[in-house]
Design a protein around this ligand. Sequence first.
Ligand SMILES: Nc1ncnc2c1ncn2[C@@H]1O[C@H](COP(=O)(O)OP(=O)(O)OP(=O)(O)O)[C@@H](O)[C@H]1O
Ligand SMILES: [Mg+2]
Length: 370
Amino acid sequence: MRQEKPLILVVDDEESNIIVFKRPLVKAGYEVMGVSDGAAALMAVAENDIDVILMDWMMPGMSGVEATANIKVTPQGQLIPIIMVTAKADQTDIKAGLDAGADDYITKPVEMEEALARVRSALRQRLLEKGLHEANEQLRRLMELKDDFLNIASHDIRSPLASILGFADELQREDTGPLNEKQKRYLDIIVRAGKRQLKLVNDLLDLARIETGKDELHKTLVMMDSLLAETCEAMLYTAKEKEITLTRVKGCSQPLMADEGKILRVLSNLVSNAIKFTPKGGAVEVSCKAAGGECVVTVTDSGVGISAEELPKLFGKFSKLSSRPTAGEHGSGLGLSITKQIIDMHKGRIWAESAAGQGTSLHFALPLGG
Ligand SMILES: Nc1ncnc2c1ncn2[C@@H]1O[C@H](COP(=O)(O)OP(=O)(O)OP(=O)(O)O)[C@@H](O)[C@H]1O
Ligand SMILES: [Mg+2]
């Protein structure tokens, strides 16, 4: 069991020096352990929950500097403050001790009041470091739990959803027989809800993978103009449904190194937002240009805009702002945070310009070249 009182280890080859420290330390309310060489000190650190070490500098065999260096590389030892006790006030020796990992030093003959003050200060440091260490451990355990959850979520949530959508699709194609109007309507609702759920799970998993550093970029040479063309083609139907004019302006003929799939994801997030937050009959323009060694892409819409107060929250997680979709579309507020993380991974920049009721321009810039 852990002792109630702080445990101080005194390392000195002379028994009498240990006794000199022991009395005042015990009086000050500490437990004291004494050992006579570096090897015994290492053993004591491995077997006890030591809070502070007072380490003699000059010892036969393993010197204080060596013992300090050896203790500081052990998992338990690295968190224990070590106060060197030296007869010399030689600056080079003190420097060597501090470089070896000692946290402080006192000189002989020992001025006991000062020594006790230094022990108290080392104990404060020990408490802080222990607290930090425990918090770190807890965080590590939580991260593990999160990883486990992600693994379960990615498999156990996605698989049933895939069968729901797969079988719904079979029914919709009327492979299993004709459907009446009501059944078609209900199936349509099932499919749309299922797709929304799948998008949410995929977005959450993508974000978690990026945030835990598990996602890597697979960069190849890409032409931004072609990616814009591909995105606009994919979005044409959605734009048409809302009678939104979707135009594309070419302007970046230089290639850049980027993860094509991820940049397509960014473009599709930005263009789908532009369409989602623009009322029927509006306009969305996607353009790119080369400027200052960067490829700058801009997605501009004539939609509902974002107020100056809300702009700083735009790239936050789950940030659904007061600008609402204009035709009952859905979203979970993850698209732009994923977008920002992808741009950050590419060491690019992303920013927005907007005003409520005035439309919005989202820009991102990626370094040009290889
Ligand atoms: N072009 C835009 N015009 C006006 N508001 C926008 C625009 N783009 C984003 N926003 C605002 O920022 C919020 C966050 O956008 P984001 O793309 O992260 O989420 P979402 O589109 O609501 O959901 P998701 O992308 O996860 O489907 C939106 O809910 C909306 O309020
Ligand atoms: Mg979005």
